[in-house]
Design a protein around this ligand. Structure first.
Ligand code: ASP
Length: 330
């Protein structure tokens, strides 16, 4: 095969279980994430040679539970630099599963290129029996190398499925089919070298997004509503200078009266409040289970609290005033 005609894909490694190592191959939970380097991850997948020419970079070596806004800035900046190069056709990011959906959505809203960007991960460490990382990595590179993946925003290739970064969420603590797109379903499939899209993404992203990655991230936190919740957390956040609060509300974004009063007070201090739901699927309607007009809040629609936080951070960083508009649009 003439490999010089293959697409050139940049693989950016950040750590995670896909780069995890355990002393015992039977261990799928007791291991250290983010210790195996990108070259070793690639060596485990010889079939990559017939899919793409790989340019590899180690961006970080972390457990994604420790993802930071500073690393988001570095990762997004590096992706934009690489995709601006004529000799790079797409990017794959290897990541931990824990915060993958947050990083993926952040990149979906900030990357300034229509070339494919595909995140992947693994539920089992690289040393495990039946490790899922190598096939997920092969599939992610296969998607990134596919012309069909261009212009669809940031994608997640996992367990033979292709998800949109906007909709995907982790739904299992242990299963290898750990990701779902609850309200919308998968975009398509990747198996044995074949990439098949069955639907597309209609909300704006990447080159059509008004947002850019920031180096100054506003403080935005999440609080939950539950039986007998107090106002202590909200009051402490306001005292700490929080700019935005996302509420993981009950049901359709409803909340305990004590929390509602605390949030009304927070709004009067200039804090942006977004209502999302802790349920895990469905949407939160404006003026539905709570009166946003009266509270001065914004409804998150189908974004879960963690993704709503990403959008709120970007919106506040770029000085958006009509916050409900961005939640309705993105
Ligand atoms: N704690 C790991 C991480 O997110 C979990 C995983 O990758 O599956 O980095």
């Amino acid at each position: 095969m003439n490999t010089s005609s293959l697409p050139r894909i940049a693989v950016l490694a950040t750590g995670g279980t896909i780069a995890g190592q355990a002393g015992d191959a039977s261990k799928t939970a007791g291991y250290k994430a983010g210790v195996v380097g990108v070259d070793k991850l690639l060596d485990a997948v010889p079939a990559l040679d017939s899919v793409a020419r790989i340019h590899a970079e180690q961006i970080a070596s972390i457990d994604s539970k420790d993802m930071s806004a500073a690393l988001w800035t570095a990762l997004a900046t590096r992706i934009d630099e690489l995709l601006a190069q004529g000799d790079i056709d797409g990017v794959v990011v290897t990541h931990g599963t824990d915060t993958l959906e947050e990083t993926a959505y952040l990149l979906h809203l900030t990357v300034k290129s229509a070339k494919p960007v595909v995140l992947t991960a693994a539920m089992r460490p690289s040393t495990a029996l039946s490790a899922d990382g190598p096939l997920n990595l092969l599939n992610a590179v296969t998607v990134a190398a596919s012309k069909d993946a261009a212009g669809k925003g940031v994608l997640v290739a996992f367990n033979n499925q292709i998800h949109s970064a906007r909709d995907v969420t982790k739904t299992s603590t242990y299963a290898v089919d750990a990701f779902r797109s609850p309200e919308t379903g998968v975009l398509g499939f990747v198996q044995d070298g074949r990439v098949e899209f069955q639907r597309t993404v209609v909300r704006p992203h990447t080159v059509a997004s008004e947002f850019s990655v920031s180096s100054q991230w506003p403080m935005v936190e999440i609080v939950a509503s539950y039986a007998d919740v107090s106002r202590v957390a909200v009051d402490a956040l306001v005292a700490a200078g929080v700019r935005g609060i996302v509420v993981a509300g009950t049901g359709n974004g409803s909340m305990h009266a004590a929390l509602m009063q605390a949030l009304a007070d927070a709004v009067s201090h200039g804090v942006a409040v977004v209502r999302a739901s802790r349920v895990g699927s469905g949407h939160v309607m404006r003026n539905g289970a709570a009166n946003d007009d009266a509270l001065g809040s914004v409804s998150a629609g189908t974004l879960n609290p963690y993704k709503a936080r990403v959008l709120l951070m970007l919106a506040l960083a770029s000085g958006v005033e009509d916050l409900q508009r961005v939640f309705d649009v993105y």
